[in-house]
Design a protein around this ligand. Sequence first.
Ligand code: ADP
Length: 384
Amino acid sequence: MDYFSSDFKLGILGGGQLGKMLLYETRKWDIHTKVLDPSDEAPCKIASNEFFQGDLMDFDAVYQLGKKVNVLTIEIENVNLDALEKLEDEGLKVYPPTQALRIIQNKAKQKLFYTDNDIPTADFHRFAYKSEIGDSVANGGLTLPFVWKAAQFGYDGQGVKVVRELADLEGLPPGECIAEEMVPFKNELAVIVARSANGEVKTYPVVEMEFHPEANQVEYVICPARIPDHVADRAREIALKVSKKIAHVGLLAVEMFQTQDDRILVNEVAPRPHNSGHYSIEASYTNQFEQHIRALLGLPLGNTDSKVAGIMVNLVGSEGHTGDVVYENMETIMGLDGVTPHIYGKKQTRPFRKMGHVTIVDKDIDRAREVAQQVKETIKVISR
Ligand code: ADP
């Protein structure tokens, strides 16, 4: 099939920043796109060929978009799966396939999938209702502390809470959830696996998330991870196993914990471009967004190696600021070597909202890390 400057249509469910960065690549190749998103101010609006406003969980909205395209993909997991399944039954190429999304959309199902397939993951209990947790603690089935996770619709840490005493459960949603063993990890790592519609597979290098020592917030994504080779090899091996078992097409980002004794436990996966791969736009031979499109269309996968060390700093809304966004000190950070800011185009900031990111590249990873710190300390996302 001819994709370039042709009648071919790629559909994308979700019009946020991941979609926007995917569209830089479809524009590069003149591939026609149709995007569905609930927000009239979605970041994708400016770069898609056609934009449709609609609810991603609504059967008709998703089904109607699917009927207008040749291949359908996602940039967010929370979409109507019954519509995707019907489209697939009718012959549409839906990547990732619905069966992969069914496993991933529900964290309890995802965890069961790991245990069923002999993939190392933290121990957990599943509960149909939050109210069942108290009894389980009382009869000794579950011990405190643990990590509560909503089975569905958690995003960017919002469906996750460390529970040290039962009172910590107050105010959390009442529905299906898991209680997971707390892992005192040494590092959080991630590996992106690309799997093409033709079955070709490649992995990106292992990246490391560096945390703020007190705030327990990811501050930097660092590529390559500063870990021993044998740990990196094991992480890639496990990511490949998850990818094979889940049988996705496109990218799969596999988030993992490196334990104190250097075991690897899979935390969760995302079947799409991922925050942990943003560094690749500046640092890799083939960035993750181009790679996702290559994979969906069954084109040869590109080289996943890095040209230089890359570090990403997320730009999130500062605390105490809600309203029209202002990026303070942009010129200062752009004066530093190897610094590229990405602004997603959300007009309104609020505390911790992901508004953009900054990539820092350098041949020397230690130098990149120093500049990343300068960027972090200089730029501010505030309201007018
Ligand atoms: P989300 O889907 O919101 O990204 P995650 O499951 O990735 O949620 O959890 C968010 C963060 O919470 C992780 O990046 C990690 O720092 C922390 N976390 C999650 N599970 C555990 C665990 N079992 N033990 C310790 N920390 C955890």
